[in-house]
Design a protein around this ligand. Structure first.
Ligand SMILES: [Zn+2]
Length: 1028
């Protein structure tokens, strides 16, 4: 599967793509997390590399292996720094492994990365990272290491530690010749299927003999014929470290598929290998091995996850947590041990057999012995669960052996042996979980303590490292998550006392230095990161820069100048903060109180005092950006300052109906901001805003929304506070004077719809003219009808109600003129009245909406004839209107006509169509007409004023005059001569022109005709009148 991935080609190192050593990779800004309480480092999972991680941790926690690796110096391996040099001989795999081990031992990080190591293997892609089989990896990694250590003192490192020899022997029954074949091994593979545990597997392999007999004979080389023979295998050489691979993955030939054997398979913490060895005469200690690593596979045969239980032989990690509950555990153990033993019939039966002199007991006597020795009867205790005793014995053929007549039963030979070695105190632990051999260690808790109390086991699961109890190993005997590789170390291998708890032990100087530097760097980064994460900015406001007015604190200068920013670690105490502030403000005298402050719309407001110098800033809730006020705790600039949420200042928007034009164009309100403490009683607020009474309304929608719902504060609300009635910053209140209350539907408590447009008009009494009266304010909206305003005004002015029948409202212009009365059924809007404007209450009926109110004068001279008023139907003709006006002005005769008044208050265009209605001629309410003397020319005639051009001294003018008489054949109408004739004042008088009178002439006439007429007149004039 790995191919040549582990082979290193030293001669082409420069071209080697693998193991470039340190690659500059973008580093995360956050430094890696430090180790947790176990003080052991995990290994990051780089995507399916958990098998590699489990194996690497096992090698790391094989102190003899790591020390052998560390003993190889740069003089033998080269250095990683040289790995890019063309001719350097650098053995990258052992170097990277050294570095990784050093990191795992010393670098203060939660998990190390194997990237550099896997790159040294040549694994660069994810595909190459994919999950391999850990047993396979073990062999390939060893082989790769061996290869890369060729020619160094470490060339035999793997062999020294892991190499064992099995000898296979065939003994000829006839000549007793022994034919022998040796097999080397680095690990032993043992069967799982149908086997109860490791000891049984080893028994089958190295104790049981195979016989060549009958048809299956052996060809003896010495005898040179087929003979009967026995075949056996023995362990000839035991390695210091015995690696055992369990054959959990099998192939089902019937189903033609791989499957994972999940049956129970026990293995002991300590094992005596003497029974399986060729040489058995040595001291017991030569054969004793201790379990120190269990690689566990979790999952099925096509995938899963590996983690590893490892005994921390040198006690490098912190296992203390386990110590704490160990006492409790021991107590529990003692309480349950007897009960547990009784619970397991197999253990009970084995116990009985072990005490028997004879090898076999009659089956029917076995029940009796059970009752005698353990005080339980099979039928009472076990039958229900396990069935009849005989049946039970038959179901365990691996353990029990029946006599040929099946009357007697005994323990199988190897079971007896195993049990014997157990009983001799070898801690041969082979306790099955349910119905197999008892985990003997539990039987003797005191002894377990002696041998394994100090055994610190950890579960290393990629980056996670957790302490576990030795007992937890039992959980891995069977199931989907179960032991897959076992690592034993020879009990004789003792660790030097100086290695105990010393991760630096035997690490070469250069790696120690590298790790020290890396730790310093890590530490530095963490401190930086830490203070970056914990630094908070506080805004300090100094009382000397503040004044208290209008309910809140305001900076005397700009905000910016009044604030000092202070960055401080949130884990520091208030005392530290106070110290820092003192240092910043060298000249501070007296008490220093630090209060939390908050900028509110009204200004800065103070809250709780920061108290308790031993508390951390974090603990008192000082967050980044908090405002802190530095003061004496009493007053600012001589003003006592009320603090806390009960005295928060609230900015209230106060609206009043605007005086005329006061609120600007289109605004009916004046607005002003007032600050009140939120504890202010509403009654006090009311008195402050409306000292003369009136009602107060609140717009409940807050500052931003334009809601139309005004809520009336009632009398009973006056005891409430600004806060309790929900007045917050930006809320509006509307103050209405007492007479405005008719607009408020107090019964419902709400002002609805139009209320926002409330405004008012002023009405002044013009009915009585003798003395000057003050106008009254009448509340109105644009929809209010004039008759309502009139009625209210009469009431406010305290006039007799009957006046309503003979009075009208007339707007008063700015210069005091009474304008046209407004029809009674007009609304304020229709009457085009500006809010706040002044109306006069006058005698006389207002015109209806089909009537016109007109002014008229006689002649153009206003002084000579006063302006008169008249009301006419808009459907009246010009003639009818003229007659009414003549009647009103006491004139008679028919030598009159009507003209409009022009923009400079002179008689303008004549209303020449006498029969047209006023409406047709667009005569409007309030227009002024002029009664002008003289008849209008008959229909179709024009009246043309004639001007005499007196002087020809100015050539220019003369030319103009000549121009004027060119084109004599034009018709008068084509020349756009008005039928009424131009007013003489239109003509610039600086020209030397003289008015010569006017000529009536038909519109059809030509200029030639006009000239003729003129000449005629001219002669007449010359005869009779001296013009000038
Ligand atoms: Zn022979």
């Amino acid at each position: 599967m790995f191919g040549d991935l582990f082979e290193e080609d030293f001669s082409f190192i420069s071209n080697n793509h693998c193991g470039k050593g340190k690659k500059s990779k973008p580093r995360d800004s956050e430094p890696p997390a430090p180790r947790d309480f176990t003080n052991l480092s995990g290994i990051k999972n780089q995507g399916g590399t958990c098998y590699l991680n489990s194996l690497l941790q096992t090698l790391l926690f094989t102190p003899e292996f790591r020390e052998a690796l560390f003993s190889l110096g740069p003089e033998e391996l080269g250095t990683l720094d040289d790995s890019s040099k063309p001719d350097a001989k650098v053995r990258i795999i052992p170097l990277q492994l050294q570095r990784l081990f050093a990191q795992l031992l010393l670098l203060d990080q939660q998990a190390a990365s194997t990237t550099d190591l896997t790159e040294s293997f040549g694994w660069n892609s994810h595909e190459e990272m994919r999950q391999h089989d850990v047993q396979e990896l073990n062999r390939i990694l060893f082989s790769a290491l061996e290869t890369s250590l060729v020619g160094t003192s470490g060339h035999d490192l793997i062999n020294r530690l892991y190499h064992g020899i099995v000898v296979n022997q065939i003994v000829c029954k006839e000549c007793k010749n022994v034919s022998e074949r040796q097999e080397d091994f680095l690990d032993l593979t043992v069967a799982v299927k149908g086997i109860a545990g490791l000891e049984e597997a080893l028994w089958n392999m190295y104790v049981e003999e195979e016989y060549f007999e009958n048809e299956n004979l052996y060809r003896c080389g010495a005898c040179d014929k087929l003979v009967e023979a026995s075949k056996s295998a023995k362990l000839r050489k035991l390695p210091p470290f015995l690696t055992i691979s369990l054959l959990r993955f099998n192939f089902d030939f019937e189903k033609c598929e791989r499957y994972k054997e999940t049956s129970c398979y026990t293995f002991p913490i300590q094992i005596n290998l003497r029974p399986f060895c060729e040489q058995t005469e040595m001291d017991d200690s030569e054969y004793m091995y201790e379990l120190f690593s269990v690689i566990i596979h979790k999952g099925g045969c096509y995938g899963g996850h590996y983690h590893v239980y490892i005994r921390d032989v040198d006690e490098l990690g912190n296992w203390q947590l386990q110590e704490e509950d160990r006492l409790i555990e021991d107590k529990l153990l003692r309480e349950t041990e007897n009960a547990e033993e009784i619970e397991n019939p197999l253990a009970v039966l084995k116990g009985i057999f072990s005490e028997e002199e004879s090898k076999q007991i009659p089956v029917d006597q076995l029940g009796q012995r059970l009752l005698e020795k353990k005080g339980v009867s099979w039928n009472k205790k076990y039958r229900k669960q396990y069935g009849a005793l005989r049946k039970y014995l038959q179901n365990h053929p691996q353990i029990f052996h029946f006599s040929p007549d099946e009357n007697k039963v005994g323990l199988k030979e190897k079971q007896k042996l195993l049990f014997m070695s157990d009983s001799q105190g070898q801690d041969l632990q082979s306790r099955p979980q349910k119905n197999d051999v008892q985990w003997k260690a539990e039987k003797k808790p005191t002894r377990l303590r002696d041998s394994s109390a100090g055994h610190h086991w950890f579960d290393l699961n990629d980056s996670k490292v957790q302490p576990i109890k030795e007992k937890d190993i039992e959980k891995q005997f069977q199931g989907k998550e179960s032991a897959y590789m076992l690592f034993y170390r020879k009990s004789q291998l003792k660790r030097p006392p100086e290695a105990r708890g010393n991760p630096r032990y035997q690490i070469p100087e250069h790696l120690l230095n590298e790790m020290n530097a890396a730790n310093t760097e890590l530490q530095k980064k963490r401190v930086e990161c830490d203070s970056a994460n914990n630094g908070i900015d506080l805004h300090l406001h100094l009382s000397s820069c503040y004044k208290f007015h209008n309910g809140a604190l305001h900076p005397s200068l700009t905000w910016k100048e009044s604030v000092v920013d202070l960055t401080i670690d949130r884990r520091k105490t208030l005392g530290d903060l106070r110290q820092s502030v003192f240092q910043m403000l060298e000249s501070w005298e007296g008490d220093m109180i630090l209060s939390i402050a908050k900028p509110l719309p009204a200004g800065l407001h103070l809250y709780q005092i920061l108290d308790g110098d031993e508390l951390t800033l974090d603990g008192v809730g000082l967050a980044d950006g908090t405002d802190v006020f530095v003061w004496n705790g009493k007053e600012v600039g001589g003003t006592k300052v009320m603090t806390g949420p009960d005295h928060e200042p609230v900015v209230v928007n106060v609206l009043r109906l605007a005086e005329y034009n006061e609120g600007g164009k289109g605004q009916h309100f004046t607005e002003s901001q007032h600050v009140f403490s939120c504890s202010t009683k509403l009654g006090d607020l009311h008195r402050a805003l409306a000292p003369s009474g009136g009602i107060i309304l609140k717009n409940s929608a807050g500052p931003d929304k334009e809601a139309k719902n005004w809520e009336v504060f009632r009398e009973e609300d006056m005891k409430e506070t600004v806060k309790s009635v929900g007045l917050t910053d930006g809320c509006s209140v509307l103050i209405l004077d007492s007479h405005d209350q008719s607009f408020v539907n107090v019964s419902s408590g709400n002002l609805t719809a139009f209320t926002y447009d409330i405004s008012w008009l002023q009405v002044k009494n013009f009915c009585r003219t003798e003395d000057e009266e003050k106008p009254v304010k009448i509340t109105a909206t644009i929809e209010t009808v004039m008759s309502d305003i009139k009625r209210k005004a009469i009431r406010e002015l305290q006039l007799e109600e009957e006046l309503a029948n003979d009075s009208c409202l007339r707007p008063v212009s700015r210069n005091g003129k009474l304008l046209s009365p407004v029809p009674e059924d007009y609304t304020v809007k229709e009457a085009e009245l500006k809010m706040g404007s002044l109306l006069g209450l006058c005698h006389g009926k207002a015109p209806t909406s089909t009537q016109l109110f007109l002014y008229f004068i006689v002649g153009s001279d206003q002084n000579a004839s006063p302006e008169m008023e008249i009301v006419v139907e808009e459907t009246a003709s010009v003639k009818e209107c003229l007659n009414l006006m003549l009647e009103k002005s006491g004139l008679s005769g028919d030598n009159w006509h009507l003209r409009r008044i022009d923009w400079c208050y002179e008689a303008g265009e004549a209303l020449s169509q006498e029969n047209a209605t006023l409406k047709e001629l667009n005569v409007c309410r309030g227009d002024t007409l002029v009664i002008t003397e003289g008849k209008l020319p008959p229909k179709g005639f024009l009246k043309i004023p004639i001007w005499w051009f007196k002087s020809s001294s100015h050539r220019k003018h003369g030319e103009n005059a000549e121009d004027k008489v060119n084109g004599l054949t034009y018709k008068m109408e084509a020349l756009q001569v008005s039928s009424a004739g131009d007013s003489p004042e239109y003509i610039h008088t600086d020209m030397d022109l003289c008015y010569a009178g006017s000529i009536e002439i038909a519109g059809e006439a030509s200029l030639e005709d006009l000239k003729m007429q003129y000449v005629l007149i001219w002669h007449l004039l010359l005869c009779h009148v001296q013009w000038f």
